[in-house]
Design a protein around this ligand. Structure first.
Ligand code: TMP
Length: 208
């Protein structure tokens, strides 16, 4: 059985990632690929329980260190229960956020030491790194306006202010610079079809 491919979507708030995840999953299935769609934090029953803990409540509810450990606890369960079994069965996994969000949010924006994050990542993710990571990029004001328009109230992260989100954007740019082999920047400005054309072009390189 050939191992499936692992594709992750990353970026700041309001970049339109979730819509694009749905379009990519449909496009791959039309091409006969078996796909598991998932997300972080979450993607398995245990990790979804951790998601409720970490995303709800006031911004200062968790320190960046605790937040990081909760994210990696959720990630360990998600890998064990969902991602590794799917890849081993030959399915592709398309995941809305993964470890690069920890690097950008808890690392660059939250101030956690990157050496500590990479130690955790080696222990928890190990060799199961994504084959391809699409990093959605757009100006902070546009992303926050889109995230607010989407409604449903602000999450702990959306309420952190423009300076935090600017830092995040820089954080994701650093992630791309550190992992040029697997990361591709997707210009997230423009309409859904224009953005999906960019996503497809990036995925076609590894698609069957
Ligand atoms: P989302 O589902 O709307 O993208 O919300 C998930 C939030 O969790 C988002 O604000 C980013 C944040 N997050 C982290 O801070 N670190 C992580 O490792 C992950 C996966 C998400």
């Amino acid at each position: 059985m050939t191992r499936g491919r692992f594709i992750t979507f990353e970026g700041g708030e309001g970049a339109g990632k979730s819509t694009q995840v749905g379009l990519l999953v449909d496009w791959l299935r039309d091409r006969g690929v078996s796909v598991v769609r998932t997300r972080e934090p979450g993607g398995s029953p245990g990790a979804e329980s951790i998601r409720d803990l970490v995303l709800n409540g006031p911004p200062e509810r968790w320190s960046p260190t605790t937040e990081l450990l909760l994210m990696y606890a959720a990630r360990a369960d998600h890998l064990e229960r969902t991602i590794r079994p799917a890849l081993a069965a030959g399915s592709w996994v398309v995941c809305d956020r993964f470890a690069d969000s920890s690097r950008a949010y808890q690392g660059f924006a939250g101030g956690i030491d990157t050496v500590f994050i990479e130690q955790l990542d080696t222990a928890v993710v190990g060799r199961d790194q994504p084959d391809l990571t699409l990093v959605f990029d757009l100006p902070v004001e546009v992303g926050l306006a889109r995230a607010l328009e989407r409604g449903g109230g602000e999450s702990r992260f959306e309420s952190k202010g423009a300076a935090f989100h600017q830092k995040l954007r820089e954080g994701f740019a650093c992630v791309v610079a550190d992992h040029p082999d697997r990361c591709r920047v997707i210009d997230a400005t423009g309409d859904v079809d224009a953005v999906f054309a960019r996503v497809r072009a990036a995925v076609e390189v590894i698609a069957p």
